[in-house]
Design a protein around this ligand. Structure first.
Ligand SMILES: CC(=O)[C@@H](O)[C@H](O)COP(=O)(O)O
Length: 275
């Protein structure tokens, strides 16, 4: 299984830049739902992720499975993306973001001002509150945070968040942990078309083919957690997601052929002997 840790070669000139910080990998991962920390460490290595998100609230409150989580990874190699999971209002999210910044500092990332903003009042579908998200984003940008907001795939909201200074937008493919894939493709495509900040497709990706699909559409990056953590073999799935992200990116850059209504022969007709 060790070979799964071997990095996927990525060209340095195609790096992802967020808030002036450069990353080679376009796949972000999470830390929740793994069976063991050991499995999490190996899977994150196999994913090639350089950005890993951590639920500040769950770490702070020592929620089951989160005790010691912040210390379980080598933060000299991975950029921490504290997230405000578990916050139902803008006010809570702002408070938790501040704690996240302190947590990153304590773990040696003095200059880390990133926050993945989640304002989620709905427990059934875990859909983010657009108004609360915008309010919290405005406040956090004023406080000097690099804000990466988790949103429904709403092109107007994405624009507003960009205008208030968010450094990415993170539209959901489908509900968190559902593994339903890219259900919002048309709206995500509009967001990609209009965004001047990186678009990170976050949540709902269940299989590498869906990761590739989002990247082929022109997403700048992905965030995948459940599909890796709960796979029968998380390390192998992490590697597959890594490769799929890269394949999707390459395909996007290569430019796919247009879809045609009719067949077109693969062999040229010139020079063929007439009947
Ligand atoms: C860890 C995290 O931030 C997730 O909540 C994220 O939204 C990814 O969703 P999936 O777990 O569906 O990949």
């Amino acid at each position: 299984m060790q070979t799964l840790d071997k990095p996927v070669e990525r060209p340095i000139e195609d790096s992802l830049v967020i808030a002036g910080k450069t990353f080679r990998s376009r796949l972000m991962t999470g830390t929740g739902k793994y069976r063991t920390f050991e499995e999490m460490r190996h899977s994150i290595a196999a994913s090639g992720s350089e950005i890993v998100t951590v639920a500040v609230r769950r770490v702070q409150t020592h929620a089951p499975g989160h005790e010691g989580l912040a210390e379980a990874l080598d933060w000299t190699k991975i950029w921490m993306l504290p997230n405000t999971a578990g916050c139902q209002t803008a006010e809570e999210a702002v408070r938790v973001a501040r704690l996240g910044r302190e947590m990153a500092k304590l773990l040696g990332q003095e200059d880390n001002n990133f926050v993945k903003l989640e304002v989620i009042p709905d427990a059934k579908y875990l859909l983010p509150d657009p108004i609360g998200t915008l309010q919290a984003a405005e406040q956090l940008v004023k406080e000097g945070f690099a804000v990466l907001p988790y949103i429904n795939a709403d092109p107007m909201l994405a624009k507003r968040l960009e205008e208030v200074g968010c450094v990415t937008v993170m539209p959901l493919g489908s509900p968190i942990g559902s593994g339903q894939g890219i259900k919002n493709a048309a709206n995500i495509q509009i967001i990609i078309e209009n965004a001047k900040v990186p678009v990170v497709v976050d949540a709902g990706i269940g299989a590498p083919s869906e990761a590739a699909q989002a990247m082929e559409m022109g997403a700048d990056a992905l965030l995948v957690n459940t599909a890796i953590a709960l796979a029968t073999n998380p390390m192998a799935m992490a590697r597959a997601m890594n490769l799929a992200t890269e394949a999707g990116r390459l395909a996007y850059q290569a430019g796919r052929i247009p879809i045609k209504a009719y067949a077109s022969a693969s062999s040229p007709l010139t020079g063929t002997i007439g009947a």
